[in-house]
Design a protein around this ligand. Structure first.
Ligand code: EPZ
Length: 419
């Protein structure tokens, strides 16, 4: 798909963000653990969610998804899912829970954005401690639940978001077993997942800290849950508005989950006010900055490409260090095509003030495509973005939202197979 963006826009207006993609995906994966009907609200209508729903349906969960609400009912579960899952990273989260419930699981090797090696060694090491042996063959990954373990302690070598979620979900139904996971990730999406599991009767404590304890239960009960707002979608729009000097109101987001981002932006001069469930960004005089990404509560790597764009629009030399993914720099080449004065040395991006002009661009991963979309919207002259369809993976109602904030675009070409 090729999109043509007019350029010379000021990003301003009002939008409502959807539920968090990175909360919805683990929550949907955990539906293979249910024994009763479950309802989940504020699930965003994006293609990664559709892929995950296809996976859990293939595992035997009856899922109805309409108006951002998922209703799920259990039926006879099967552990082998061969036709879906290779396009998303979160598919790995099904491996442990399906192995515990059915004894054997087989999935496509997980996909996801090409921003680094994205190995799964931390997941596999933790599963082994939970009595699950894993082997990888060709593009499949297989897990067998060999034996119920004694009480378990897992020390993560890195606070991996996915591994923390995966091992928490896998421990929930180890009835009578106490599992302790240390050096956990603390992202708000993990807290949301823990809240959801506990609402069904799981016994999890410490979520949001670096030490999570789970006391396995026999079964989970019915529940209704509403997913938190998407802080990365919100941050993308905030940074887009700041880079164009527009005023933007964003509804549907709690300031609690945005605080580590908005505090960082306020430090460089951003004017942002917050009420209970909305944020307003005002035109701001921004100062050059030095920023490093890291596990929560450090600045999120998923907003690093967007901050690289913002650095082009501030008057002075800025420096951004990426510490989470070893190859999250694809957006730099695209911004350079637009005239950005950027250099990368190992994992440090140096940016000088740059006047961006339109260009022919290519999206490579989700947050990069969002970044070049906003770069094109405010650049001098039109741009074309190839592989624009990537944006549908994680940005809900993108057509309506872009129109609501004054970005003029048209779809030039739709490939036969829009993946
Ligand atoms: C989650 O990915 C998010 N995805 C990512 O968002 C986000 O960037 C990332 O967390 C960090 O916050 C979802 O939640 C679906 P990690 P995940 O495990 O779980 C290495 C987006 O744009 N690692 O915390 O894959 C890994 O290679 C996406 O929405 C291992 O080496 O992140 C990376 O360098 C992009 N071995 C680092 O740890 C492992 O077993 C962080 O990965 C696992 C991870």
């Amino acid at each position: 798909m090729i999109a043509r963006i007019r350029g010379n826009s000021k990003i301003e207006g009002e939008i409502t963000v959807g539920g968090a993609k990175n909360s919805s995906l683990p929550i949907l994966a955990s539906l293979v653990l249910i024994s009763e009907e479950i309802k989940i609200e504020k699930i965003p209508d994006i293609s990664d969610v559709s892929e995950m729903i296809s996976m859990i349906r293939s595992a035997g969960i009856a899922v109805n998804f309409e108006k951002n609400t998922v209703s799920a009912r259990p039926s006879n579960l099967k552990g082998e899912i061969r036709e879906f899952g290779s396009s998303i990273r979160a598919s790995i989260l099904l491996l442990g829970p399906l192995a515990v419930r059915t004894g054997h699981a087989e999935l496509r090797y997980p996909g996801g954005c090409l921003i680094g090696k994205r190995s799964i060694d931390i997941h596999i090491e933790g599963l082994k401690k939970l009595g699950i042996s894993v082997n990888e063959k060709n593009d499949m990954i297989e897990a067998v639940f060999d034996k119920v373990p004694e009480d378990v302690r897992i020390d993560l070598r890195f606070p991996s978001v996915g591994a923390t979620e995966h091992l928490m979900m896998t421990s929930v139904l180890l009835n009578g077993i106490h599992t302790e996971i240390r050096n956990c990730a603390k992202e708000p999406e993990i807290v949301d997942l823990g809240k959801f599991l506990n609402s069904m009767g799981a016994k999890i404590s410490g979520v949001g800290t670096d030490r999570i304890s789970i006391d396995g239960v026999k079964k989970l009960n019915a529940s209704v849950h509403s997913v938190i707002g998407d802080r990365i979608e919100t941050g993308t729009y905030i940074i887009g508005a700041l880079s164009s000097g527009g005023m933007l109101k964003i509804n549907g987001i709690s300031n609690n989950v945005m605080r580590n981002v908005t505090n960082e932006l306020k430090k460089i001069g951003a004017k942002i006010t917050a009420s209970e469930n909305a944020l307003i960004v005002y035109p701001s005089d921004l100062r050059p900055f030095k920023l490093s990404t890291g596990p929560y509560p450090q600045f999120p790597t998923d907003l690093q490409p967007q901050m690289t764009l913002l650095a082009c629009h501030v008057n002075g030399h800025s420096e951004i260090t990426e510490t989470v993914f070893e190859q999250r720099f694809g957006h730099v080449d695209e911004l350079k095509k637009m005239g950005a004065d950027i250099s990368v040395d190992k994992n440090k991006i140096e940016v000088m003030p740059s006047k961006l002009h339109g260009a022919k661009l290519v999206g490579n991963d989700l947050r990069e495509t969002a970044t070049i979309l906003f770069a094109a919207a405010t650049a001098d002259g039109p741009s074309e973005i190839e592989k624009f369809e990537i944006i549908f993976r994680g940005y809900e109602n993108i057509y309506k939202k872009l129109k609501d904030i004054g970005i003029d675009f048209e779809i030039l070409k739709i490939d036969r197979e829009v993946s």
